[in-house]
Design a protein around this ligand. Structure first.
Ligand SMILES: O=C(O)C1=C[C@@H](OP(=O)(O)O)[C@@H](O)[C@H](O)C1
Ligand SMILES: C=C(OP(=O)(O)O)C(=O)O
Length: 443
């Protein structure tokens, strides 16, 4: 499927985005661990999250809908063995987190598969620590790649220092640790999003987090969970597209009710350091509204520290960098090579299809911005490649949406191939885009 975006002026808008994808996945997976009933309000309807919902239902969880809430009757590790492959679709978060849950399901065997992108993403990072806990997992490529086969067995706790900064790996180990004998302790020297620790604590798990300036130490023991009702806040990774549109376009944009907690706000800090005018109104509990205003941005160096806090937002930050004055360097973002596409290469390609000067660096890339002055019309001033520009998304949702945002501010038409990938994380993208006054047609 292809999207055709026509450059324009847009209008001021106040928009909302789907529920946070990371929190939505975890809200569903917790029903495999907890044995009581709880509700989840505002779950994302992204395809990745629907894959998680389908899988937990297949594994025995009963789910019903009540208005904007779903009610889950948890199975407390009493999982039904499925009679077919479990299909994770395009979701790295799902395949890695659920491996930690299923590894300890004694007597049951599971097969996990996904799409062609999942088949290329590294799975050794979860298989290795889970195997140290006693798990029996195999995969293609000497057990480094999906599809995966998991024979559920008794697990034991381990002490583990994370070799890679990954919330997905951390979460798989914590979920496994909840159902293992003894204590599981892991150390992360680079902090990553803490949704799993926070949600397990809220569910009453016996979990302790010790933070020092150099590392976070997290210990978990087998515990019975006491579910609470969950309200999913708006996804900052989806909000980022419209925050950037407000900064580089000609009209301010507000995104309401977004999760603003630590480890997810790196893109806001970066945009502010580039000179972006952004108002944050804190509504408490890590929730707030973000309003961005047309701004003259300057190039900065992003990373190498703190990159997990903005890792999913790098493609759209690349778009902001394309409009900024001077060079922006993204350093220490080598993890982007292991996402839905090699996002160092595909972000550079997406920008290059507009004529932006960009290139790869060791573990990163640079963007030479055009120095756009927002008081002048964007369309006239950006001097990008003449229409039609063709953006190849590689079926990577974040590349497709980043291309649409840059296309909105560029004279004439931009074609984005593989636009259906947007459903992976942001099924309402097209309607939100239109409500900001821009033209997009999906064929
Ligand atoms: O735990 C999560 O929900 C996620 C963690 C990140 O991946 P890594 O853990 O591989 O860095 C992020 O890129 C992904 O979109 C969601
Ligand atoms: C990397 C992402 O997700 P996942 O790892 O779950 O596929 C993403 O949403 O950008």
């Amino acid at each position: 499927m292809k999207a055709v975006v026509r450059g324009g002026i847009g209008n001021e808008a106040s928009v909302s985005v789907p529920g946070d994808k990371s929190i939505s996945h975890r809200s569903l997976l917790l029903s495999l661990l907890a044995s009581e009933t709880y509700s989840v309000d505002g779950l994302s309807s992204a395809l990745d999250v629907l894959a998680t919902k389908d899988i937990v239902e297949t594994l025995g969880v009963h789910i019903s809908q009540e208005g904007s809430r779903i009610i889950l009757r948890g199975v407390g590790f009493d999982i039904s063995e499925p009679n077919d492959f479990l299909d994770v679709g395009n979701s790295g978060t799902l395949i890695r987190l659920i491996s930690g849950v299923l590894a300890g399901s004694e007597g049951n065997t599971f097969f996990l598969k996904g799409d062609s992108s999942i088949g290329k993403r590294p799975m050794g990072r979860v298989i290795d620590p889970l195997t140290k806990m006693g798990a029996k997992i195999i995969g293609r490529g000497y057990s480094t790649l999906a599809p995966l086969g998991i024979v559920g067995t008794k697990l034991h706790g381990i002490d583990y220092e994370m070799p890679v900064a990954s919330a997905q790996v951390k979460s798989a180990i914590l979920f496994a640790g909840l159902n293992s004998s003894g204590t599981t302790t892991l150390v992360e020297t680079v902090p990553t999003r803490a949704h799993t620790e926070e949600m397990l604590s809220q569910f009453g798990a016996n979990l302790e987090v010790t933070r020092t300036p150099t590392a976070n130490k997290i210990s978990i023991e087998p515990s019975k969970l006491r579910p609470i009702d969950i309200k999913v806040p708006g996804d900052p990774s989806s909000a980022a597209f419209f925050v950037v549109l407000g900064l580089i376009g000609q009209c301010s944009i507000e995104v309401t009710d977004v999760y603003l907690g630590p480890q997810r706000d790196g893109f806001l800090k970066t945009l502010i350091s580039m000179g972006g005018r952004i108002d944050l109104s804190d509504k408490g509990n890590g929730l707030g509204d973000i309003k961005s205003y047309p701004s003259e941005l300057s190039g900065v160096v992003v990373g190498p520290d703190g990159t997990p806090d903005l890792i999913d937002e790098v493609p759209i930050l690349g778009v902001a960098a394309a409009m900024a004055r001077g060079r922006t360097e993204f350093l220490g973002v080598g993890e982007l090579r292991h996402k839905e596409s090699d996002r160092i290469a595909t972000t550079c390609d997406m920008l290059a299809s507009f004529g932006v000067d960009t290139g790869e660096l060791d573990g990163g890339f640079y963007v030479d911005g055009i120095g756009h002055d927002p008081s002048k019309g964007v369309l006239e001033s950006n001097g990008f490649v003449q229409e039609p520009r063709i953006v190849v998304s590689h079926y990577d949702h974040r590349i497709a949406m980043s291309g649409a945002i840059l296309g909105a501010l560029t004279q004439g038409e931009t074609y984005i191939e593989g636009f259906e990938s947007v459903e992976t994380s942001f099924p309402t993208f097209v309607s939100v885009f239109r409500s900001c006054g821009f033209e997009i047609e999906v064929r």
